[in-house]
Design a binder for this molecule. Structure first.
Ligand code: AR6
Length: 181
């Protein structure tokens, strides 16, 4: 899995931590279609970054109505150390075609970062909290999508970080990633 940029797998980083502290160009929010950031990592992002993130999200909803599952939008990051927050909507487990929808949510987040010419992006384990997607499958879909994206074309993105909050989720990501090395 190499191209002229070097090893694609090595541009993927797995770490444990709080994504609101990540010093990357963009962090990804695991949002809902109404961008109401009321729980989970979404609430942590608004608490750490400021209510302006919710206000800018509300403006987006006023303009476009809702963000469909698998799509992504971008706001400023205000008091967060990153520059932007990319809000993506993963599937709710049980609604059907969840793996495809999760793949699309991650791919579209990466594509938006690419359009903004960003170099680094950090993801939480999208859909695997309140939305109930199994954590081991989440690890596979997220890591596979990042590698597919980095391999598929020349992108500004140099580094994709998966920032996992709890030991169990970190364990699944670490285990899946190690098998790719
Ligand atoms: N840093 C990194 N990961 C975190 C953090 C943090 N600070 N806080 C939580 N996580 P969830 P979902 C992890 O529920 O399943 C919200 O209400 C968490 O442990 O945030 O996509 C939204 O507004 C889990 O591993 O997102 C939506 O309504 C992962 O982030 C809904 O939840 C995702 O959990 C979205 O549900």
């Amino acid at each position: 899995m190499t191209n002229h940029f070097g090893s694609v797998v090595e541009r993927v980083v797995i770490k444990k931590g709080d994504i609101t502290k990540e010093n990357v160009d963009a962090i990804v929010n695991a949002a809902n279609s109404h961008l109401r950031h009321g729980g989970g990592v979404a609430l942590a992002i608004v608490k750490a970054g400021g209510i302006e993130i919710q206000k800018e999200s509300d403006e987006i909803i006023k303009k476009i109505g809702m963000v469909p599952t698998g799509h992504a939008v971008i706001t400023n990051a205000y008091r967060l150390p990153c520059k932007f927050v990319i809000h993506t909507v993963g599937p709710i487990y049980g609604e059907g075609n969840e793996d495809e929808k999760l793949h699309k949510a991650i791919y579209n987040s990466l594509y938006l970062a690419h359009l903004y010419n960003l170099k680094s992006i950090a993801f939480p384990a999208v859909s695997s909290g309140i939305f109930g997607f199994p954590k081991d499958r989440c690890a596979k879909v997220l890591i596979d999508t990042a590698i597919e994206f980095l391999e598929s074309f020349q992108t500004s993105i140099e580094k994709v970080v998966f920032c996992l909050f709890d030991d169990e989720t970190y364990g699944y990501f670490e285990e899946y990633y190690k098998n790719l090395l």
